[in-house]
Design a protein around this ligand. Structure first.
Ligand code: FES
Length: 75
C-alpha cells in the first residue's frame, strides 16, 4: 500500500518518514484515520473513487481536504 511505498522511497508523510509504518493504527482495516494523507489534485485524479467505508472514516479525519485519502486504501 501507499504507506509502505512511501516508507520504501523515504517520502515524507506527515513530516516523519521513519514513522510512516506507525501511522497505521488499525493496520489498514479502515477503522481509524491515522493514515490520512492529502494528495495533489493530479495524483488524486489518478486513483479510483474512495469506497463508502473510506469516506466515512475520512469524515472523521483531522484537516480533511478535497483530495484527502486514507493511505492504507491507496494501492
Ligand atoms: Fe486505519 Fe488506514 S490504517 S484506516
Amino acid at each position: 500500500d501507499l504507506l509502505s511505498l512511501a516508507h520504501e522511497h523515504d517520502i515524507d508523510l506527515e513530516g516523519a518518514p521513519t514513522q510512516a509504518a506507525n501511522l497505521c493504527a488499525c493496520e489498514g482495516s479502515v477503522a481509524c484515520s491515522t493514515c490520512h494523507i492529502v494528495l495533489t489534485p493530479e495524483h488524486y485524479d489518478l486513483l479510483p473513487e474512495p469506497e463508502d467505508d473510506e469516506n466515512d472514516m475520512l469524515d472523521m479525519a483531522f484537516g480533511l481536504t478535497d483530495t484527502s485519502r486514507l493511505g492504507c486504501q491507496v494501492k
